[in-house]
Design a protein. Structure first.
Length: 556
């Protein structure tokens, strides 16, 4: 079955839906999402969106804070564009109907002062626009409502993209990843029926989010398995800086919490980190104390936990009036109460968890990847905004701005002819239904555990080499399983997290220094001569692509 659209969007968070809305004015749009439309990392973003909205703030200050957090690897031109264009994108959301939290007294001389702006770690000004502690869901709700109102946007929920289709796969004269190569579409699995469809698009946007499920403990939803990232890599696109994994310092420590996130803004409102004894410790690690950048706070907690042997540290807001906590963080307060914790009366146990990947598919200031007609926006991409560490609440902003710019470029491509050779339908060969599903669950668990133990907050060369060796062996097992059995969502996600894990390890081994989110005990200092550059990978052999079964694998 072949489906053709002017624009294809893979993913349904803030980046994907923003792009879909913009390009829908110029052509047909297909949104492919492997779960329900609303299920994305955007939905779970608590804190807010960073944007210059106050008179005492400025674009230059926002740029300065972002560059400081990025530890020398931000691309300043990208940072300036996103910080400058961000407020207009936020106003677009408000016009669409987003209801951000307002100040109690809104008789202010400047219209933007109507909104309550909070402070987060690394920011020099109050510039975090929020909808209480459910900002992401308010943005997602607003965009979904707008998307559903567009007749020419078709939504393919519970459809998972398998691989991109490129010119080089179909025409031997074109080298994979070369300037002549371009993306034509994707093979997509209907998760419910098992049917594989061919989707064609004049332009394709990857907006599949991050890869937190590569780690045993993560704040990410179950959808975050690195799908778009490794699809682009397998197709020959460049990826960069995969070693920079941001661990959120404060996820609720409880067996039933599933790493429920305690927002950065709780510390921004005055929350204090304490040891089990009640003693504070952040002042020993950074001048900003509890408001230090996330990488510093996560490493400090990791250090203190290993030093004391405790399973967690504690986030204390009991010194803040109870009504303020209940009003400012209603969802967090409610979740904690449901698990037996009253934030207003007792400190809450917290631990770090994998939260955000600052690397990804390399894109320019317009979201264009190294492959023609393939764009990427949001956490799946590396634009240069975050550098070696993401400044809090800059991620939603990046998705809005990059998607709007990518939409303009994708619309311009509509006027250019596409040379489309005949696309072969998906061929499952002699694959059969699996009778070895235990392979998936076992290998999934092993990848996540070894990544947590060997490629976590603090790394060493020895641990990284161990991880690389084991992941390469696992990939051979996964590859054989992939070819022997019919594709399923679980099998595809396992393949994607394993390749993502390998890219993270390879990036970490290549960086012979400690910078931002990457901390290696064998290279504890930053190398500003050799290290202040991106770690870039590109697979131009397409050895991992799946259009044809390798001859050395059999179904017997």
């Amino acid at each position: 079955m072949e489906i053709a659209k002017d624009f294809l969007v893979i993913g349904s968070g803030v980046a994907g839906l923003t792009f879909a809305l913009k390009v829908s004015e110029y052509g047909s749009v297909g949104i492919i999402t492997k779960d329900a439309l609303e299920e994305s990392a955007t939905k779970y973003a608590q804190g807010g969106i960073a944007s210059v909205m106050a008179e005492d703030d400025s674009c230059d200050l926002h740029v300065q804070d972002t560059l400081e957090a990025g530890r020398g690897l931000c691309k300043e031109d990208v940072v300036r564009i996103i910080c400058r264009e961000g407020p207009a994108c936020v106003l677009d959301l408000i016009e669409l109907g987003a209801q951000f939290t307002r100040v109690q007294h809104d008789a202010k001389p400047h219209p933007s002062a109507e909104y309550h702006l909070t402070l987060e770690g690394g920011h020099s000004k109050h510039r975090i626009l929020h909808a209480n502690d459910l900002t992401g869901w308010e943005i997602e709700r607003t965009l979904i409502q707008a998307v559903r109102g567009k007749a020419n946007i078709e939504i393919f929920a519970f459809h998972m993209a398998i691989d991109l289709i490129t010119q080089s796969q179909l025409e031997p004269s074109i080298k994979p990843g070369s300037p002549e190569d371009e993306v034509l579409g994707a093979y997509v699995l209907n998760v419910a029926t098992g049917e594989v469809k061919t989707f064609m698009g004049g332009s394709i946007l990857l907006a599949t989010g991050g890869a937190g499920k590569v780690y045993l403990y993560t704040s990410n939803p179950d959808t975050a398995t690195g799908d778009g990232l490794v699809m682009a890599y397998r197709a020959g696109a460049k990826v960069a800086n995969m070693e920079f994994i941001q661990f959120h310092p404060t996820c609720l420590y409880h067996p039933e919490a599933k790493s429920f996130l305690i927002s950065e803004t709780v510390r921004g409102e005055g929350g204090i980190l304490r040891l089990k004894s009640g003693k504070t410790f952040m002042e020993n690690h950074h001048p900003l104390g509890c408001l230090a950048p996330r990488d510093v706070v996560a490493r400090a907690i990791d250090y203190e936990m290993k030093k004391s042997g405790d399973d967690c540290v504690y986030l204390d807001v009991t010194h803040i009036e109870g009504y303020r906590i209940r009003e400012r963080f209603p969802n967090i307060f409610k979740k904690c109460r449901s698990l037996g914790f009253d934030m207003t009366k007792e400190p809450v146990p917290v631990v770090p968890a994998a939260h955000y990947i600052c690397g990804g598919v390399m894109v320019d200031v317009n979201g264009q990847t190294s492959l023609r007609r393939l764009f990427a926006s949001g956490e799946v991409c590396y634009s240069g905004l975050h550098g070696a560490n993401r400044l809090a609440s800059n991620s939603l902003l990046e998705g809005l701005v990059l998607s709007r710019r990518a939409a303009a470029k994708a619309v311009a491509l509509l006027r250019e002819p596409v040379k489309t050779p005949e696309i072969p339908p998906w061929d499952s060969g002699g694959a059969v239904n699996s009778d070895e599903s235990v392979v998936i669950s076992h290998n999934w668990d092993e990848v996540r555990r070894l990544m947590w133990n060997y490629v976590g907050i603090v790394r060493t060369n020895k641990r990284l080499r161990r991880a690389q060796c084991r992941i390469e062996l696992l990939l051979e097992e996964i590859k054989e399983y992939y070819w022997n059995f019919l594709v399923t969502k679980d099998a595809l996600e396992l393949r994607n997290i394993a390749i993502t894990a390998l890219l993270i390890v390879q990036g970490a081994l290549a960086r012979k220094e400690s910078r931002g989110l990457h901390y290696n005990l064998d290279y504890p200092d930053a190398d500003d001569v050799n290290g202040a550059k991106d770690t870039v990978f590109q697979d131009t052999t397409q050895r991992l692509i799946t259009l044809k079964k390798p001859e050395y694998l059999s179904h017997e």
